[in-house]
Design a protein around this ligand. Structure first.
Ligand SMILES: [Cu+2]
Length: 116
């Protein structure tokens, strides 16, 4: 049984090598809460769908050549205009679904599902 579990873990690690494997360029200490980076470039959020647990900090990073915003309709949050190279952080505390868009390019939409 232990071997089967170990085997499964090895298979999973082989299939998903990027998950949970610390990389040398990450911060050397454990962050108090999980951070996920969403890139804004080429007039899209990348990824365009997020599934995260409550308390996750999402870093909206403008890695493109044009200004963008990360805005939640209803006034929950608005990054204001982020110039290329700028970032905005928001902690998603509540389990629910959020739709985030860019005010300058409303067709840029990020669907965020927060749940356990
Ligand atoms: Cu934009």
């Amino acid at each position: 049984m232990r071997l089967a579990v170990l085997g499964l873990a090895l298979v999973l690690a082989a299939c998903f090598p990027w998950e949970g494997v610390p990389s040398a360029d990450l911060e050397p200490y454990a962050a108090p809460s999980r951070e996920v980076v969403v890139s804004m470039e080429d007039f899209a959020f990348r990824p365009d769908t997020l599934r995260i647990s409550p308390g996750t900090v999402v870093v909206f990073a403008n890695q493109g050549q044009h200004p963008h915003t990360a805005t939640k309709s209803g006034g929950l949050f608005d990054s204001g205009i982020l110039a290329p190279g700028e970032r905005f952080r928001y902690t998603f505390a509540l389990s629910r679904e959020y739709s985030v868009y860019c005010k300058l390019h409303p067709y840029m939409v990020l669907r965020t599902v927060v749940g356990p």
